[in-house]
Design a protein around this ligand. Structure first.
Ligand SMILES: Nc1ncnc2c1ncn2[C@@H]1O[C@H](COP(=O)(O)OP(=O)(O)OP(=O)(O)O)[C@@H](O)[C@H]1O
Ligand SMILES: [Mg+2]
Length: 266
């Protein structure tokens, strides 16, 4: 469990002589063991913010603290899952998971790496596919391997950038519920920061949602819906419908602002 504090964060991309402000004045706290979603229109800076949290891009101004300590680069306590499939194509599912752990887990040695990899591949339902290469797996299966790889390193913080963005609707629900189950049954609760475009996905999984407008935080929305959650149980929940309407409204207003049009009544 780790607490993340983002303080006065700004990031300017510099390409040659061109400067582009991608993030400005972001202030928020992500409490330990909570599931936190970042949602917002395309290009508003979600992936940039995640890269800063990962430690790949240093902030131009401000800082990110993890348990009170400013981050200075990638760290063992953080693991990442991206939208694009990022497995090594020449390694089997199991070898991919073992490779991730070998970089980080000094508490394991020899055959233990394989045992833990098998355990996590079992948890994501891939026991029968451990020796397959990524090219022999569907997109949903590859993302399950990526989740197993991220969880097997036992991170305090899991950073996920639209991990299910390229996956069909039905498989997506299965993966959302799988991720929630793994998160809920973990005794050392991970802090999860999850980027998505999908309002329903955010409401299913998160304790708090940040709606980003271009470059900064537009609104912070606590999600106090009962857990465990699934799609059906939420459907009849009044609070769910209220927050959903609020988020859809925020998206709609933002799109209108971005294209500089006027709202129309249909
Ligand atoms: N390496 C870079 N150099 C310059 N500008 C960049 C770079 N990466 C991103 N940008 C710009 O920063 C802005 C934010 O990009 P970012 O990828 O963070 O958005 P996003 O919210 O993740 O979008 P999407 O929902 O489409 O993934 C965009 O205008 C993008 O063009
Ligand atoms: Mg992005």
């Amino acid at each position: 469990m780790s607490k993340i504090e983002i303080q006065g964060l700004g990031l300017t991309y510099i390409t040659g002589k061109k400067e582009f402000i991608a993030l400005e004045n972001i202030n928020t706290t992500i409490n330990e063991g909570k599931f936190f979603c970042i949602i917002g229109p395309s290009g508003c800076g979600k992936s940039t913010l995640l890269s800063v949290l990962e430690g790949l891009i240093p902030p131009t101004v401000g800082q990110v603290l993890i348990d009170g300590v400013p981050i200075k680069g990638p760290g063992k306590e953080r693991a990442v899952v991206f939208q694009q499939y990022t497995l090594f194509p020449w390694m089997t599912a199991k070898q991919n998971v073992v490779f991730g752990m070998k970089q980080v887990r000094q508490d394991l040695s020899g055959r233990q790496f394989e045992t833990v990899a098998e355990e996590f591949l079992f948890k994501v339902g891939l026991s029968d596919f451990m020796d397959k290469l990524p090219g022999e797996l569907s997109g949903g299966m590859q993302q399950r391997v990526a989740i197993a790889r991220a969880l097997s390193v036992n991170p305090h913080i899991l950073l996920m950038d639209e991990p299910f963005g390229a996956i069909d609707a039905k498989t997506r629900v299965t993966l959302q519920e799988l991720l929630l189950k793994l998160w809920a049954e973990d005794r050392e609760k991970k802090t999860v920061v999850f980027v998505t475009h999908d309002v329903d996905e955010a409401l299913l999984i998160s304790d708090k949602i940040i709606f980003m407008k271009p470059k900064t935080v537009g609104r912070e929305i606590p999600v106090n819906l009962p857990r465990p959650r699934n799609k059906e149980s939420l459907f009849d929940n009044e609070e769910y419908r209220r927050i959903r309407a609020q988020l859809v409204g925020l998206f709609y207003h933002n799109v209108i602002e971005q294209i500089g049009g006027e709202e129309v009544v249909l």
